[in-house]
Design a binder for this molecule. Sequence first.
Ligand code: FAD
Length: 263
Amino acid sequence: MRIICPVKRVPDTAADKHVDPQDHTVDRDRSDPVLNANDEWAIEEALQIAERTEGAEIIALCMGPDQAGTTVRKALSYGLDGAIQITDDAVAGSDAVATARVLAAALADEPFDLIIMGNQSSDARTMLVPAMLAEHLGVPALTYVKDLEIDGDVFTAKRETPAGHQVVRATGPLVVSVVEAINEPRYPTFKGIMAAKKKTVDVRDLVALGVDAAEVGLDGSRTAIVDIAPRPPKEAGRVVTDDGSGAVGAEALADWLVEQKIL
Ligand SMILES: Cc1cc2nc3c(=O)[nH]c(=O)nc-3n(C[C@H](O)[C@H](O)[C@H](O)COP(=O)(O)OP(=O)(O)OC[C@H]3O[C@@H](n4cnc5c(N)ncnc54)[C@H](O)[C@@H]3O)c2cc1C
């Protein structure tokens, strides 16, 4: 089985995000970049599948600037077999549609049985790329997967929904996007980190992919961020002080609930 794991370099999830005021792209150099956390669940799932499937191979796929090489090495340190990195300045600013276009072009000549990826990236949070990638490649997509079973080329998934889950099934090759509930990712081992330094990363540009630069990047994207505003600061809470009897506090709380039209 050949498994592809798309991975993304994102700003540290816990750090404040900064957006370029001119073109509204994420300023990726203002905070420490990390491997998108959702991709770690996909990598873990791929590793578990590979551990029970003889001859399985896992390849990371990353679209990002030169610096994304560290993200690729991080992905490899979990024990992946190789990586494809798409780096081309014309790709910068790509929206979800353009990103899926580039990733699909990178996979056009790559055999695969399964593409497994996080359901979203923590920087843009569109949740669109897995389904768009599947559409470009003409394969099914099982999205928001929290449990995956494989029998030959039949993939059965529990798909997380607001009310619980759906059981969905598709025949591979296909795209699967996963949610946090699917597993508990492992940490890379020291051996894995050392081995990752020597693994092959196939770096390609848009010419190698046969993608016209005009179709991607900031200018080639169909969506544009026209404005961006920080979330307003939280208002200070109201403190109710009771006299020890409970009655004063209870009355104040009841008044507040009526004021808010909750009661
Ligand atoms: C708050 C917010 C909400 C958004 N909501 C949506 C939405 O709902 N739908 C939607 O389609 N888009 C959305 N976007 C994306 C948006 O449309 C633009 O595409 C976006 O502003 C550009 O993405 P970015 O800021 O991640 O830019 P960039 O930092 O340029 O990144 C875009 C992509 O290009 C890659 N990249 C950057 N440089 C290179 C390089 N040299 N070589 C190869 N790859 C490279 C990055 O790794 C990334 O995958 C949103 C963006 C933000 C900031």
